[in-house]
Design a protein around this ligand. Structure first.
Ligand SMILES: Cc1cc2nc3c(=O)[nH]c(=O)nc-3n(C[C@H](O)[C@H](O)[C@H](O)COP(=O)(O)OP(=O)(O)OC[C@H]3O[C@@H](n4cnc5c(N)ncnc54)[C@H](O)[C@@H]3O)c2cc1C
Length: 487
């Protein structure tokens, strides 16, 4: 394959990557690369919806809820940007024709999720918000996507980025660009139990570490309380927060709603509290924990949560009548590649990060439910604005060698699974210093083994998560040190 040159290279076909592309003028030559099919991303699997202030007065309340969920660790300016600019991007999507769910009078329906003080979540296709919004954006897109193309390095020299090295159809080659946008999502596949798409494995975060680009808040990893983790699927079926917002109960095998023993808000407490409650309760009592959906009629459930309904029926659960066994699972990375409020990475010119891959400090120590799709929309628009303002399409091209790294080694799969287990057990929901040290030692050992580059990238990011967790001695938000848990 011949070397290629673009104005803008976007890594990732989730909401952040697609919306960046949609906000760039057609005069720019833009290429999007995606590791797999375009839809194999977290955006596609998003269920609940997008949080957005319902009117001007609600903006202040949305800011307050976001700051509170973030446990005092948020970058207030980033939160203000999100909540203030959010309504406009949603209006633009609606004007372009994106169909959010409406009532019979044609008014947008808003639902509520944990830790939101009001109903402000717009949704689409019932519980298929991500799928509907993703499909809508793909239909609007007028730029090419190169599928099955994995970025294996960034082309960086003297503090400037010139594009990326990719692996595609058994070839390694360089794609040159004046501006490169990382929209490659979070880190889900580092953990044994997670709800993320299979493509989300922290490659680019690892590449950034290799180039001494700072990641921030990497100890801040969010676990979703209600996933169906039985079965062999790598990506575990998420049971949306909206279920609890609309009446689902968490019960033990005797029907006891034990979450109230941990927090007076019960099932509607922030998701880290509910996750820890379930994890701890299971550990202490050895009882199974379920999501009880009996508050829903079957007709309503089928209409409001069609994806969950059909997915669970398909694997043999007669819902809403039958309770679903649940466990927490890794869900979302608050930490990421540190950027300013226009997605710029300070150490490297012409390189941006946006969406779940990025860290603006917006989510603080804990993300408020449904703020991440909005983040993808709001901050990608800002990235596009900055690109338009600063791009130099006549910039000098710099050639890089087309190095063929060994991407995968023979024993990598086994080590990768061991790593996932270590991260789940020792750097997961409840952490202890001794366990974090154990994890760190083993990760360092693995890094010394003859491994492929992709595993090395995973290990580097895992090491960063563990080190950040070790550095933060006290619990904060999603980072919970076991000895401090108060029940
Ligand atoms: C099951 C589930 C439900 C969720 N529900 C909600 C919700 O209701 N509301 C909400 O706000 N948030 C929700 N979230 C979170 C939200 O979906 C994500 O944070 C958001 O979609 C991230 O968007 P993104 O564009 O940053 O990344 P993604 O949508 O994850 O896209 C990442 C892209 O990068 C590509 N990529 C990765 N690595 C490479 C590489 N090395 N080379 C090339 N390409 C690469 C992937 O192939 C993919 O195309 C949910 C998440 C999950 C998993």
């Amino acid at each position: 394959m011949k070397t290629s040159q673009y104005d803008v290279l976007i890594i990732g076909t989730g909401i952040a990557g697609l919306h960046t592309a949609l906000n760039l003028p057609s005069s720019l030559r833009v290429l999007i690369v995606s590791k797999d099919y375009a839809w194999e991303c977290n955006t596609f699997y998003a269920q609940g919806g997008i949080a957005v202030a319902v009117n001007h007065d609600d903006i202040a309340l949305h800011i307050k809820d976001t700051l509170e969920a973030g446990a005092g660790h948020c970058n207030q300016e980033a939160v203000e940007v999100l909540c203030t600019e959010g309504p406009e991007v949603i209006q633009q999507l609606i004007k372009r024709g994106c169909m959010f769910d409406k009532d019979e009078l044609g008014c947008i329906l808003y639902t509520k999720e944990a830790a939101h003080s009001t109903n402000r979540i717009v949704h689409a296709g019932g519980d298929a918000t991500g799928r509907v919004v993703h499909l809508f954006m793909m239909e609007q897109l007028r730029v090419p996507i190169l599928y099955n193309t994995q970025v294996t390095d960034l082309l960086i020299e003297n503090g400037r980025c010139y594009g990326a090295r990719v692996f595609h159809a058994d070839n390694v080659f360089n794609i040159y660009a004046n501006k490169t946008v990382i929209a490659s999502g979070g880190v889900g596949s580092l953990y044994e139990y997670h709800t993320n798409a299979r493509t989300i494995s922290a490659d680019i975060q690892g590449i950034c570490l290799n180039h001494s680009i700072a990641l921030a808040d990497m100890e801040m990893m969010q676990f979703h309380p209600t996933a169906f983790v039985l079965g062999n699927a790598v990506r575990k079926q998420l049971l949306s927060e909206s279920l609890r917002g609309e009446g689902a109960k968490i019960v033990d095998e005797d029907g006891l709603r034990f979450v109230f023993d941990y927090d007076e808000r019960g099932e509607l407490a922030p998701r880290d509290i509910v996750s820890r409650a379930i994890f701890d309760y299971k550990d202490k009592t050895h009882k199974e924990v379920y999501l009880d959906l009996s508050a829903f009629s079957e007709d309503h459930f089928k209409q409001r949560f069609p994806s969950i309904y059909f997915n669970m029926q398909n694997i043999g659960y007669n819902i809403p009548q039958q309770r679903i066994p649940i466990s927490p699972a890794f869900h979302y990375a608050m930490g990421g590649i540190h950027t300013d409020l226009f997605g710029k990475i300070s150490q490297v010119e012409d390189l941006y990060a946006v969406g779940e891959a990025a860290h603006t400090g917006l989510h603080g120590a804990n993300r408020l439910a449904s703020n991440s799709l909005l983040e993808g929309l709001v901050f990608s628009k800002r990235v596009a604005t900055d690109i338009i303002k600063t791009i130099d399409i006549k910039r000098e091209i710099k050639e890089f060698p087309e190095v063929e790294d060994v991407l995968i080694n023979e024993n990598d799969k086994e080590l990768k699974n061991e790593l996932r287990n270590i991260m789940w057990c020792y750097a997961g929901i409840l952490r202890e210093e001794k366990n974090l040290n154990k994890a760190m030692n083993r990760v360092k050992e693995m890094l010394e083994l003859p491994i492929g580059k992709l595993l090395k990238l995973r290990l580097l990011v895992s090491k960063e998560i563990i080190q950040s967790a070790l550095n933060r001695k006290k619990s904060l938000g999603a980072h919970c040190m076991k000895e401090e848990i108060s029940l």
